[in-house]
Design a protein around this ligand. Structure first.
Ligand code: HEM
Length: 407
């Protein structure tokens, strides 16, 4: 954890001194821990269910799983107008995009446009394309006996599939991925208004060109969608498309990286799945519990008393999906992968109205990848001398790592 509080916001008078915790979401994960281990330890040590950190503009931090779940779903008291810390300028810039920044009831009609195009039926129609690309990518490195898992695989498969879903050319990928990553793990190389401008300059002409056209891709569907009986304005069509791009370009990549880095370092589990692929479905339920990645916040709509403190109107409060699954109260031995859990408590795809519309796609991709990978590379390991490191952020990730296997 960062111990340099020089960028710290002053403690407001509604924050008691014993609520302060030194937590900075955008700092590297300290002490050689994994992101999940770090959160598990932090919440175990926290003195209260609601803490406050001076970093990233100063915000509340919920450490208790039930409270995280209820805040994510409670749009009456906690707005999703801004979900990202720091609020200025990162969160405010992101609040221009929809549907996440809208609260019910405004949220529903916009969200329907995504539901209608990312539901199980539409996603299942992509299954062959997902399998073909998985097989092609693996064929590209299998005989070499090694790959950079993120660069050669995890950053290829989901984002190239997503580019098919939105029908955008693959050569535009690096530009879009760079912009999308600024909202999850910003690297300071570009100002947030320029990130927004970069997206709008790119997507605006695409939407104009697809207005009135036939087509089943997500952006054509958005460009021609009606909301509340009226065509979407240019701004709304852009805002919806940009949020779908950000959601689609940086989440499955990271889930796959967590899963495969874990498999490479856990021999029994890897060998179980290699010898009995029928267990992949069951394993997936535990992978989704074990590897939540998203840490979003909410903005208080009015003063509210919570856990013995007063949250003031407009205060930011982080209700990350990570403590929901990493608390020992939710899942005993939370860091262990266990097939035999009677209950699995997690909210990897969120809670309430904003629960992820991309979850069917994410699940299908994970299933196809595990199935096809184990059929071709059943035994693999971290490259000799490699060690795993992790980056935190709005979406957590594993830093690049090399896998190797015997050819
Ligand atoms: C492993 C993969 C994924 C994870 C873990 C994930 C997680 C989440 C979570 C936790 C939320 C709720 C955020 C909140 O309430 O503040 C969310 C919302 C969202 N996700 Fe995903 N997501 C994944 C994949 C995707 C994909 C592939 C897409 C695009 C196709 C996508 C698009 C979105 C959008 C547009 C929202 C906002 C929904 C709304 O406001 O109604 N996500 N996601």
């Amino acid at each position: 954890m960062n111990t340099n509080l020089s960028d710290a916001a002053p403690r407001p008078d509604n924050v008691p001194a014993d609520r302060v915790i030194d937590f900075n979401l955008h700092q590297p994960v300290p002490g050689g821990k994994s992101v999940h281990e770090f959160w598990r330890d932090m919440i175990a040590k926290a003195d209260h269910a609601v803490m406050w950190t001076p970093h990233n503009g100063g915000h509340w931090l919920v450490t208790e799983p039930g409270l995280c779940e209820s805040i994510l779903a409670d749009s009456d008291h906690f707005s999703s107008r801004v979900v990202i810390v720091p609020r200025d300028p990162m969160g405010e810039t992101y609040s221009n995009f929809i549907p996440l920044s809208l609260d019910p009831p405004q949220h529903g009609p916009y969200r329907k446009v995504l539901n209608d195009n990312l539901g199980p039926r539409q996603v299942n129609a992509m299954k062959d394309a997902i399998r073909d690309l998985t097989v092609e990518l693996i064929a590209g490195f299998r005989e070499k006996g090694h790959c950079d898992f993120k660069e050669d695989f995890a950053e290829q498969l989901p984002v190239r599939i997503f580019m098919k879903i939105v029908n955008l050319p693959e050569e535009d990928l690096p530009r879009l991925k760079y912009l999308a990553d600024q909202f999850t793990r910003p690297d300071g190389s570009i100002a947030f208004p320029d990130v927004e401008k970069g997206f709008r300059d790119y997507i605006g002409p695409v939407i104009s060109a697809r207005r009135g056209k036939e087509g089943t891709d997500l952006i054509t569907r958005i460009a021609n969608a009606e909301v509340n009986g009226k065509p979407l304005s240019d701004a709304d069509a852009q805002n919806l498309s940009i949020q779908a791009l950000v959601g689609g370009l940086d989440t499955v990549v990271n889930l796959l990286s967590f899963v495969f880095s874990y498999l490479a370092t856990h021999d029994d589990l890897r060998r179980t799945l290699a010898s009995d692929p029928a267990k992949i479905d069951e394993a997936m339920t535990e992978f989704l519990r074990r590897f939540p990645v998203v840490s979003d916040s909410r903005e208080a709509r009015q003063d509210i008393d919570l856990d013995g403190v007063t949250i003031r109107k407009n205060d930011m409060i982080m209700a990350s999906t990570i403590p929901i699954a990493m608390s020992e109260e939710s899942n005993p031995d939370a860091l262990d992968f266990r097939f035999d859990r009677k209950v699995r408590r997690h909210s990897v795809f969120g809670r309430g109205a904003h629960t992820c519309p991309g979850m069917h796609l994410a699940r299908l991709e994970l299933k196809v990848v595990l199935t096809e990978w184990f059929a071709r590379i059943p035994e693999f390991r971290l490259a000799k001398g490699a060690h795993l490191s992790f980056s935190s952020g709005i979406v957590a990730t594993v830093d690049p790592f090399v896998l190797e296997w015997d050819v």
